[in-house]
Design a protein around this ligand. Structure first.
Ligand SMILES: [Zn+2]
Length: 152
């Protein structure tokens, strides 16, 4: 994460991390009414992780709701290699021993992996912008999007 980045950001990532969108769809996303905000689209061949920055509080097991925040840090380290980035993000939870994607933990606030991320810097109209964008993104892409509030 670049040190120069500070402030509040809203990020949209698809719930399905392997989904692909054609250029036409991405063009439509950029041309949506973003209420004078300028969206940045981050496209990557590698899986990246969008975090909540200072908003991050906890990661919990989706099956038993156990707080796995401590374990999560080491699971993220294990899933990452300098050479390949995040390749295999499956891990076995320490509480109930289920194999799960690190994308599917219950993060508070929301976080997740992505190959495409749309980002806007937060402004005062943010709630209306978020509601509108979430609706339009679903409409344009047919995909469910995860909203990430991040602060640095
Ligand atoms: Zn569990």
């Amino acid at each position: 994460m670049a040190n120069t980045m500070s402030g509040n950001f809203i990020r949209f990532i698809p719930e399905n991390i392997n989904i692909n969108f054609c250029e036409n769809t991405i063009e439509q996303i950029l041309n949506m009414d973003w209420n004078n905000n300028v969206p940045t689209i981050h496209l990557s061949e590698q899986l990246l992780f969008a975090d909540a920055g200072q908003y991050f509080e906890s990661a919990k097991c989706p099956k038993c709701d156990f707080n796995v925040t401590e374990w999560w840090g080491s699971a993220m380290d294990s899933a990452y290699s300098d050479k390949h980035g995040f390749l295999n993000i499956e891990a076995t939870t320490p509480c109930c021993g289920i194999k799960i994607s690190l994308h599917d933990l219950n993060y508070h606030y929301a976080q997740g992996f992505h190959k495409i991320m749309i980002e806007i810097a937060l402004d005062s109209n943010c709630i209306a912008v978020i509601e509108n964008a979430t609706f339009k993104l679903l409409d344009i892409t047919g995909a469910k999007w995860r909203i990430i509030h991040a602060r640095y």
